[in-house]
Design a protein around this ligand. Structure first.
Ligand code: ZN
Length: 278
């Protein structure tokens, strides 16, 4: 591992996002929580140092419930990352949010079941540090400045984004039943995905800025009248849109503040962490 490779911005997403950057350094990063999904790929973009991490591994072998979210966020922070952009594929819960819609959510609902969603779980780290009992504020799960950067970038590319809305995260890997989906839709929630949580809260627990950029690849079972979602359809729509998602993402990188002035960085103020963050 190259010790002096640093990054300030992290992008958690597929390999399609960094594969054509000019110079990319591949780093394997170890964490007290085990292995991240893959190597981190660090390069320069819009004058910023960016670390890319393929969420599902570069061969897309990790299902959403098996991703080591803690290792992923910890690894990014250990390189110096303080702001994270998190593109993801989602289903639309409202007919008006059809395939190709870009949603920059402002709320999340957690309907996952089996995922470790805290760094502060009382278990000592391998080096003996013991995390304290820590309750972070999560009323506004996403970074206000990161959201603004993503929205501005999308508008600049003539891709009118949905500003706000609730992302409900389900356990998966199966898609929702029609009843589940209709229930989610009836709450007024906008989109449904499988990876947005605990990614968002773990970022908050490390005082990172975190911004979700949710690309709708299909209408969820409760919002359409056909057979429901198929994985092949999700992949097809994602491939169709990955190019413009990448250009919006890259533009958003350049729009992230150089000096953070948001509340995210203060998320841990006054709390007894018991562990030293990287
Ligand atoms: Zn922030």
């Amino acid at each position: 591992m190259t010790e002096d490779v640093r990054a300030e911005i992290g992008v958690i997403g597929g390999s399609g996002f960094y594969s054509f950057l000019d110079e990319v350094t591949e780093l394997r990063v170890r964490t007290p929580y085990g292995e991240p999904s893959d190597s981190l790929f660090v390069g320069e973009l819009a004058g910023r140092r960016v670390a890319f991490l393929p969420r599902h591994g570069r061969t897309h072998h990790l299902p959403p419930h098996r991703i080591n979210y803690r290792a992923n966020l910890w690894a990014l922070r250990s390189l110096g990352v303080r702001q994270v952009l998190a593109p993801c594929a989602v289903g639309g819960l409202q007919a008006k949010y059809g395939p190709g819609t870009l949603v920059v959510p402002d709320q999340v609902v957690d309907r996952t079941k089996s995922r470790t969603q805290t760094f502060y779980d009382g278990e000592p780290l391998p080096d003996g540090q013991r995390p304290g009992v820590v309750h972070v504020g999560f009323a506004d799960p996403y970074c206000e400045h990161g959201r603004e950067a993503a929205l501005t970038a999308a508008r600049g590319s003539d891709w009118e984004p949905v500003d706000g809305g609730t992302l409900v995260v389900v356990e998966g890997p199966r898609f929702s039943t029609r009843a589940e989906s209709q229930w989610h839709a009836s709450q007024g929630w906008a989109v449904v995905g499988m990876t947005g949580h605990p990614e968002a809260v773990l970022a908050r627990e490390l005082a990172l800025c975190y911004t979700s950029m949710a690309l709708v690849t299909d209408l969820d079972a409760g919002a359409e009248s056909g057979e429901g979602v198929s994985h092949a359809e999700v992949l097809r729509v994602f491939q169709e849109n990955v190019g413009r998602l990448r250009s919006v993402l890259f533009d958003a990188v350049g729009r992230l503040p150089v000096e953070r002035a948001c509340a995210c960085q203060d998320a841990l103020d006054g709390l007894e962490l018991g562990i030293e963050l990287p």
